[in-house]
Design a binder for this molecule. Structure first.
Ligand code: UTP
Length: 459
């Protein structure tokens, strides 16, 4: 591809003429995809200046629907929501969406994160966990559940190859829809776009906020509309504990006419690294843990509990029509978030300190654009085991422990006597929820698990 003259002029006008020193078709295609009009402002506001995070004076903790109803009205609302969610699932109005376009730098795994073998006993991969759970939920509700998987340009082909080689993870060909998020060029501290090589800019995925526009551009939204899908169950690829569809959450979202809803978890301490649900200027927003001032993070209610108790595990229900409205113009104005990174580039192939900026948008910033939102408290032990690091906090280790603990809890609740030192994994293809665990225990006539057991159930 040759660079059109008007793009050349735009590049020069944006002060980026160093990009014209190389003659490469691949680079030219990347340069043509950039919004040159918007770029200079972006560079000024996010790179040359460090954007100040301003917390409004009237910031308040966001209200939420509690895990345990406090009165009979809440109890009734919860029951009605659960029934509604099941009804919507039976009507095939719900699709799953997994964001799997991240680079997984902290995990340090040299393949798409979804292909990580997380199963504590089986070594089942993250993608397999979700695929099998979706297949079981579909069986349970007797209606199709499609799975939209967002990748980045960097991991799309490796992700698709993984699915192909494993027989589409047992799902139907037309059940899985891959789509690719956008990319953003990395920018050096001098405001110049960085080149990874003479053939390519240093590009990175544009953040999970890129999901919304990518849904439209890929045709996924149109496909959802054709299939009669109204609600999107959104979760992250590194959280295998998440219920792929949550009838209570979906039903509450629908009954409240919410456009975008969020699960909140009670934070374990004032500075836990979760985004904080807040009301700012009357709108629901998530303020990142690093941006919430310490005096607010530590402030307490008269009963001693944290005022800003609500942390975000990045689990959402989003109405399809909301995404359609947001992206109708083919553009979406979510704020950018700056991350200072070590970016290998021409002239500095192994930077030892950060040498530039990557810009990302975040899906939760869409909450402030919704007319109606809802926050529902979730049970951490049943839905959030992020796999960010190899060991320690939010790691492969802690995730596996939580998966085992959840499955042991299910088995005990189904009447199984469990000795110490037992490692089990309930197969997600057979066990979607507590009721399934009870059935499996009955079928297998399982009464006891003795010390030393290391098993997938059913095998
Ligand atoms: P993280 O913020 O944890 O990023 O993504 P990451 O890239 O997976 O890991 P690190 O920070 O490099 O270690 C949270 C979720 O959002 C997805 C990720 O795949 C993960 O499911 N994500 C993130 C995208 O889909 N695209 C992005 O551009 C960024």
């Amino acid at each position: 591809m040759k660079l059109p003259e008007e793009i050349k002029s735009a590049i020069i006008a944006a002060g980026q003429e160093h990009l014209l020193s190389y003659d490469s078709a691949e680079l030219a295609a990347q340069l043509c995809a950039i919004d040159w009009k918007a770029l200079p402002e972006l560079i000024t506001n996010y790179v040359l200046r460090k954007p100040e995070v301003s917390i409004p004076d009237d910031v308040k903790p966001a209200p939420y629907f509690p895990l345990v109803p406090r009165n009979s009205a809440e109890e009734e609302r919860k029951n009605a929501a659960f029934a509604k969610g099941e009804e919507l699932l039976k009507q095939g109005k719900v699709a799953c969406l997994t964001v799997a376009g991240g680079q997984g730098t902290r995990l340090g795994f040299d393949a798409p994160k979804g292909t990580y073998p997380i199963g504590p006993v089986s070594g089942r991969t993250l993608f397999e966990y979700f695929a099998q759970s979706i297949a079981r939920a579909e069986e349970k509700y007797g209606a199709p559940i499609k799975w939209y998987v967002m990748t980045s340009a960097l991991n799309r082909s490796a992700t698709e190859k993984f699915f192909r080689e494993r027989n589409n993870l047992g799902l139907r060909e037309d059940q899985v829809f891959f789509f690719t998020q956008g990319t953003m060029p990395a920018i050096g501290y001098d405001g110049k776009l960085l080149l990874a090589s003479s053939d390519s800019l240093a590009l990175s995925p544009d953040g999970h906020g890129g999901t919304l526009l990518a849904l439209r551009k890929s045709g996924a939204l149109d496909q959802m509309k054709k299939d009669g899908i109204e609600y999107i169950s959104y979760f992250q690829v590194d959280n295998p504990l998440v219920p792929v569809v949550n009838p209570l959450f979906i039903g509450m979202h629908a009954l409240e006419n919410s456009e975008m809803s969020a699960i909140m978890l009670a934070k374990t301490n004032a500075f836990e690294k979760l985004g904080n649900f807040c009301i700012c200027n009357g709108k629901l927003e998530i303020i990142e843990y690093s941006d919430l001032p310490a005096e607010l993070a530590e402030s307490r209610n008269p009963d001693g509990s944290l005022r800003f108790i609500s942390g975000s595990p990045a689990i959402h229900v989003i109405s399809r029509t909301f995404v359609e409205q947001l992206t109708a113009s083919g553009r979406l104005k979510l704020p950018w978030h700056r991350a200072d990174k070590k970016i290998p580039c021409i002239g500095n192939d192994k930077p030892e300190t950060p040498n530039g900026v990557k810009l990302e948008s975040f899906i939760f910033d869409a909450l402030a654009l919704a007319g109606k939102t809802l926050v529902l408290e979730g049970n951490r032990a049943e839905m959030f085991a992020p796999t960010k690091n190899p060991t320690g906090v939010d790691s492969v280790e802690s995730c596996r422990e939580m998966l085992i603990a959840r499955d042991l809890r299910r088995l005990k609740a189904a009447g199984v006597a469990v000795e110490d030192n037992v490692k089990v994994e309930l197969s997600p293809r057979r066990v979607f929820d507590d009721a399934d665990a009870i059935e499996v225990v009955k079928e297998l006539k399982l009464a006891k698990l003795t010390s030393g057991t290391n098993a997938v159930i059913p095998e």
